[in-house]
Write a protein of this length. Structure first.
Length: 156
Protein backbone atom coordinates (compact mmCIF):
# COMPACT_ATOMS: atom_id res chain seq x y z
CA UNK A 1 0.00 0.00 0.00
CA UNK A 2 1.26 3.47 -0.85
CA UNK A 3 0.10 7.01 -0.14
CA UNK A 4 1.40 9.96 -2.13
CA UNK A 5 0.79 13.58 -1.27
CA UNK A 6 2.50 16.96 -1.55
CA UNK A 7 3.10 19.72 0.96
CA UNK A 8 3.90 23.31 0.05
CA UNK A 9 6.25 24.82 2.61
CA UNK A 10 4.61 28.20 2.97
CA UNK A 11 3.83 30.49 5.90
CA UNK A 12 0.54 28.71 6.67
CA UNK A 13 2.25 25.30 6.82
CA UNK A 14 5.04 26.59 9.09
CA UNK A 15 2.52 28.28 11.39
CA UNK A 16 0.46 25.06 11.68
CA UNK A 17 3.62 23.03 12.20
CA UNK A 18 4.72 25.30 15.06
CA UNK A 19 1.29 25.25 16.71
CA UNK A 20 0.95 21.49 16.55
CA UNK A 21 4.50 20.79 17.71
CA UNK A 22 4.15 23.14 20.70
CA UNK A 23 0.74 21.80 21.66
CA UNK A 24 1.35 18.08 21.17
CA UNK A 25 5.08 17.67 20.87
CA UNK A 26 6.49 19.52 23.83
CA UNK A 27 6.24 17.63 27.08
CA UNK A 28 7.69 20.66 28.90
CA UNK A 29 4.97 23.06 27.73
CA UNK A 30 2.72 22.38 30.73
CA UNK A 31 5.67 22.90 33.07
CA UNK A 32 6.61 26.22 31.45
CA UNK A 33 3.39 27.73 32.83
CA UNK A 34 4.16 26.41 36.31
CA UNK A 35 7.78 27.57 36.22
CA UNK A 36 6.75 30.95 34.85
CA UNK A 37 4.08 31.29 37.53
CA UNK A 38 6.61 30.48 40.24
CA UNK A 39 8.99 33.12 38.90
CA UNK A 40 6.14 35.66 38.80
CA UNK A 41 5.11 34.86 42.38
CA UNK A 42 8.73 35.07 43.55
CA UNK A 43 9.25 38.37 41.73
CA UNK A 44 6.10 40.00 43.08
CA UNK A 45 6.83 38.66 46.57
CA UNK A 46 10.35 40.09 46.49
CA UNK A 47 8.97 43.35 45.17
CA UNK A 48 6.34 43.63 47.90
CA UNK A 49 8.06 42.26 51.00
CA UNK A 50 11.72 43.16 50.70
CA UNK A 51 13.74 46.24 50.22
CA UNK A 52 15.34 44.90 47.02
CA UNK A 53 13.18 47.13 44.89
CA UNK A 54 15.55 47.42 41.97
CA UNK A 55 16.97 44.52 40.00
CA UNK A 56 16.10 41.09 41.40
CA UNK A 57 12.28 41.39 41.54
CA UNK A 58 12.20 42.83 38.04
CA UNK A 59 14.44 40.04 36.72
CA UNK A 60 12.22 37.38 38.30
CA UNK A 61 9.08 39.02 36.88
CA UNK A 62 10.60 39.27 33.37
CA UNK A 63 11.72 35.61 33.44
CA UNK A 64 8.23 34.63 34.61
CA UNK A 65 6.52 36.52 31.78
CA UNK A 66 8.94 35.03 29.26
CA UNK A 67 8.29 31.48 30.48
CA UNK A 68 4.52 31.93 30.43
CA UNK A 69 4.37 33.62 27.03
CA UNK A 70 7.38 31.99 25.32
CA UNK A 71 5.40 30.06 22.66
CA UNK A 72 3.60 33.26 21.67
CA UNK A 73 6.85 35.23 21.67
CA UNK A 74 8.88 32.61 19.77
CA UNK A 75 6.33 31.77 17.04
CA UNK A 76 6.75 34.86 14.79
CA UNK A 77 10.54 34.57 14.91
CA UNK A 78 10.47 30.83 14.12
CA UNK A 79 7.98 31.24 11.26
CA UNK A 80 9.95 34.19 9.83
CA UNK A 81 13.20 32.20 9.99
CA UNK A 82 11.57 29.27 8.16
CA UNK A 83 9.93 31.46 5.50
CA UNK A 84 13.21 33.24 4.78
CA UNK A 85 15.12 29.98 4.27
CA UNK A 86 15.80 28.44 0.87
CA UNK A 87 13.15 25.74 1.40
CA UNK A 88 10.33 28.27 1.75
CA UNK A 89 7.78 28.05 -1.02
CA UNK A 90 9.07 24.73 -2.30
CA UNK A 91 6.88 21.71 -2.82
CA UNK A 92 7.75 18.48 -1.00
CA UNK A 93 6.46 15.19 -2.37
CA UNK A 94 5.86 12.59 0.34
CA UNK A 95 5.45 8.87 -0.30
CA UNK A 96 4.30 6.66 2.58
CA UNK A 97 4.74 2.97 1.74
CA UNK A 98 5.58 -0.38 3.32
CA UNK A 99 9.27 0.56 3.63
CA UNK A 100 8.77 3.90 5.38
CA UNK A 101 8.37 7.57 4.55
CA UNK A 102 10.17 9.07 1.54
CA UNK A 103 10.29 12.82 1.01
CA UNK A 104 11.53 14.50 -2.15
CA UNK A 105 12.09 18.21 -2.50
CA UNK A 106 14.10 20.31 -4.96
CA UNK A 107 16.93 20.53 -2.40
CA UNK A 108 17.03 17.06 -0.87
CA UNK A 109 15.64 13.56 -0.69
CA UNK A 110 15.26 11.51 2.48
CA UNK A 111 14.07 8.05 3.41
CA UNK A 112 12.90 7.15 6.92
CA UNK A 113 12.34 3.47 7.65
CA UNK A 114 9.54 2.45 10.00
CA UNK A 115 12.09 1.05 12.47
CA UNK A 116 13.70 4.51 12.78
CA UNK A 117 10.49 6.23 13.91
CA UNK A 118 10.40 6.67 17.68
CA UNK A 119 6.91 8.07 18.14
CA UNK A 120 3.80 9.22 16.30
CA UNK A 121 1.13 11.59 17.62
CA UNK A 122 -2.23 12.17 15.97
CA UNK A 123 -3.51 15.73 16.31
CA UNK A 124 -6.80 17.33 15.22
CA UNK A 125 -5.00 19.00 12.29
CA UNK A 126 -2.71 16.18 11.18
CA UNK A 127 0.01 13.90 12.46
CA UNK A 128 3.43 14.44 14.06
CA UNK A 129 6.14 11.85 13.32
CA UNK A 130 9.39 11.69 15.31
CA UNK A 131 12.21 9.92 13.43
CA UNK A 132 14.71 11.10 16.08
CA UNK A 133 14.57 12.67 19.47
CA UNK A 134 13.62 16.37 19.19
CA UNK A 135 13.20 16.17 15.38
CA UNK A 136 9.69 15.84 14.02
CA UNK A 137 7.72 15.97 10.80
CA UNK A 138 4.22 17.39 10.57
CA UNK A 139 1.81 16.12 7.95
CA UNK A 140 -1.42 18.16 7.72
CA UNK A 141 -4.68 16.22 7.63
CA UNK A 142 -5.77 18.18 4.56
CA UNK A 143 -2.81 16.82 2.58
CA UNK A 144 -2.39 13.28 3.91
CA UNK A 145 -6.03 12.41 4.59
CA UNK A 146 -7.56 10.27 7.32
CA UNK A 147 -6.58 7.00 5.60
CA UNK A 148 -2.93 8.03 5.42
CA UNK A 149 -2.91 8.98 9.11
CA UNK A 150 -4.42 5.63 10.09
CA UNK A 151 -1.89 3.82 7.90
CA UNK A 152 1.03 5.55 9.64
CA UNK A 153 -0.46 4.91 13.09
CA UNK A 154 -0.88 1.22 12.28
CA UNK A 155 2.65 0.87 10.87
CA UNK A 156 4.36 2.31 13.95
Amino acid sequence: MEYKFSITLDKEYFSNCYNESIRYGSKWRKYEFIIGGLFLIAGFTLFAYTHWKLASPIIFILIGFYEVFSPIIKKPFWVRRQTSSKISGSKVDIIVNDDGIVSKSPNSESNINWSEIEKVTKTPNGILVWPQKSVHLFFPKIDIGEEGIEYILNRV
